[in-house]
Design a protein around this ligand. Structure first.
Ligand code: GTP
Ligand code: SPV
Ligand code: MN
Length: 584
């Protein structure tokens, strides 16, 4: 059966029906027939535009409301009983106030609309890592995206009926006004309320809301980690595959690294994609950390994606995909800045407007996205759906930093690695509403997604490490260091395999490194830069650890850590002091 029978689901659906007063109710079974019907209804309603079926079979363009194009962190709340448990990293509202205030926005919100019930599973079927959810929404676009991003249908129904427990996610487009938009999390009730946005992370509730904010809360109680991380397998020339997870903030390169296609000169290395955005990781009985990707699709940044930067993504999105806020060419194809071919004349921008000839008009919104099934990815790992997960040997933290952080360095120990993650900083991007390019401390790339007090989160990371007899080695990478003219020093993308192979060498105890105050850095003399066509001195500049820049970062970190008061772990305070004294 593809629809859950558990009375807890039908009781909750009835309750929501009474609140939102939809004109009809549709229980999603995840079938092809259902998808075809919903899609054609959306085409008729203008919610989707069918793309050229010869070039992009079964693919569609969606144009969102122009004020609803990215996550809205200032409208995102954690509503737990005790404000301190949400921490200074979250906006907080009391559960009672939240239900009163936002309950009003849900009252009658689905009048004249269909209420869709989406049972879904996050993680492989039959896996101890996996968790079920039900999203109720009045957006058929959300249904179509959830069908790609999660396991809908039988696997979900079976998991819900077997356990009876599931995350409740209530979503309504409301009137799409940012003034009446709230994304609320009730971790103590495993419940999400989202109203006023149809955009990705605000509306596909299995993704950031459940798989990160609610799941991180549950993970702390249950002894595991829910992280904003890609998972990849790096195959070396002998054929052995080593798994790595990497946390970079939104629009900072997870999808690109997860699908990395090594250039010819790195013959023998290959990257296998397990996941590109979220990792659920647990200590295994063997003392290693095991990870699954809870998702089953990609919701990836379109601009900048092309056959050179990410050929695997370009092939993944060739069919059965939804493009949101990209341009539309006259022959019915999606187009975005940085695509391989120049923009064809007559291309419409992401709002459907003719593009004026003055040269600075943008076809795609900078946060335009594609939604595509993971099974279509040419580099898909044969173990992506393994119920056991994959064992992680290295964790990479990374940010977008024009200065300070070298191309790569290795932490000295697990606690030092946790400190490296806790103190990482990155320049903001278009993935969230607000100013772009502002450097902020974004620990483990989880600042917008940690569903509880980050001081407790750091302590939890330390305690998980203490339970691992064979913990992953922790590294930091930065593809975005610039020279004095503002150019990137590092070519990035496929070339990042050079950094991965150094990391692999460190994991295996083979690669050489130099000790610096911040940790272990490759020796510029043996870093393989052959054939990279770097400017003179680039390798030294990429790997340089400049004491003055690092020392200038310390007070910014201190100010951030201070916000957590007593909840900030003493061990990380010690790591911070030790770094300061090594730098002095
Ligand atoms: P979310 O889906 O928002 O969580 O982002 P993500 O971390 O998956 O980011 P993604 O891989 O989509 O990268 C977004 C942006 O970073 C794009 O503009 C890419 O072109 C750029 N980017 C990715 N990798 C590199 C790299 O190695 N070097 C440079 N210079 N840019 C990169
Ligand atoms: C991100 O912003 O980190 C994303 C896109 O991966 S969203 O689903 O909107 O969160
Ligand atoms: Mn993300």
């Amino acid at each position: 059966m593809s629809i859950p029978k558990h009375p807890a689901v039908s009781e909750w659906v009835s309750e929501v029906e009474r609140l939102t007063e939809p004109s009809s109710v549709h229980w999603c079974d995840g079938s092809d027939a259902e998808s075809e019907k919903l899609t054609s209804q959306m085409v008729d309603a203008g919610t989707l535009i069918k793309l050229n079926p010869k070039k992009y079979p079964s693919s569609y363009l969606h144009r969102s409301s122009p004020t609803d194009v990215s996550r809205t962190e200032h409208l995102t709340f954690v509503c737990c009983a005790n404000k301190e448990d949400a921490g200074p990293n979250n906006n907080w509202m009391s559960p009672a106030e939240a239900k009163e205030k936002v309950g009003r926005l849900f009252r009658g919100a689905m009048r004249g609309r269909t209420l869709y019930v989406i049972p879904y599973l996050m993680g492989p079927a039959g896996s101890p890592h996996s968790k079920a959810g039900v999203e109720i929404t009045d957006s058929p676009y959300v249904v179509a995206n959830m069908r790609i991003m999660t396991r809908m249908g039988r696997a979900a129904a079976e998991a819900i009926d077997a356990g009876g427990s599931f995350c409740r996610g209530l979503h309504s487009l409301g009137d799409l006004s940012p003034d009446r938009r709230y994304i609320l999390h009730f971790p103590e009730e495993e419940t999400i309320w989202s109203v006023g946005s149809g955009y990705g992370g605000n509306a596909l509730l299995g993704k950031k809301c459940f798989a990160l904010r609610i799941a991180s809360w549950l993970a702390r109680q249950e002894g595991w980690l829910a992280e904003h991380m890609l998972i990849l397998g790096l195959e070396d020339p002998s054929g052995e595959v080593t798994y790595m997870a990497a946390a970079f903030p939104s629009a900072c390169g997870k999808t690109n690294l997860a699908m990395l296609a090594p250039p010819l000169e790195s013959r023998g290395y290959k990257v296998w994609t397990v996941g590109d955005d979220i990792a659920w990781m647990r200590p295994g009985p063997d003392g290693r950390l095991w990870a699954v990707n809870p998702e089953s699709g990609f919701f990836g940044v379109a601009p900048g994606t092309n056959l050179k930067t990410n050929p695997n993504a370009m092939r993944t999105v060739q069919k059965n995909s939804i493009f949101t806020n990209v341009g539309l060419t006259p022959d019915g194809c999606p187009w975005w800045e940085g695509m391989d071919d120049p923009m064809p004349a007559g291309t419409l921008d992401w709002q459907g407007r003719t593009i004026s000839g003055n040269g600075d008009a943008q076809a795609a919104h900078p946060n335009a996205r594609y939604t595509a099934p993971i099974r279509q990815c040419p580099s898909l790992s044969p173990r992506w759906d393994d119920p056991q997960g994959v064992p992680i040997s290295a964790i990479l933290f990374g940010g977008r930093r024009a200065r300070v952080a070298p191309l790569v360095y290795q932490s000295r120990s697990w606690p030092h690695g946790v400190y490296v993650g806790a103190s990482m900083a990155s320049e903001t991007t278009a993935a969230a509403t607000g100013k772009v390019g502002v450097t902020r401390v974004d620990p483990m790339a989880m600042l917008p997604f940690c569903g509880y007090n980050m001081g407790d989160y750091f302590a939890h990371w330390l305690s998980v490490g203490a339970r691992l007899s064979n913990p992953p080695k922790i590294f930091h990478v930065n593809w975005f260091r610039r020279d004095s003219d503002g150019n990137f020093l590092w070519p990035g993308f496929g070339k990042n395999v050079r950094v991965l192979s150094w990391i692999l060498g460190r994991v295996k105890g083979k690669a050489k490194a130099c000790e610096t105050p911040i940790g272990w850095v490759p020796d510029p003399k043996d870093f393989n830069a052959d054939g990279l066509d770097l400017s003179p001195g680039a390798v030294d500049a990429l790997l340089a650890v400049r004491r003055n820049e690092w020392s200038a970062d310390l007070p910014i970190q201190e100010e951030f850590f201070k916000k957590f008061g007593d909840r900030f772990p003493a061990d990380l305070r010690d790591e911070h002091r030790a770094l300061a004294s090594r730098l002095a």
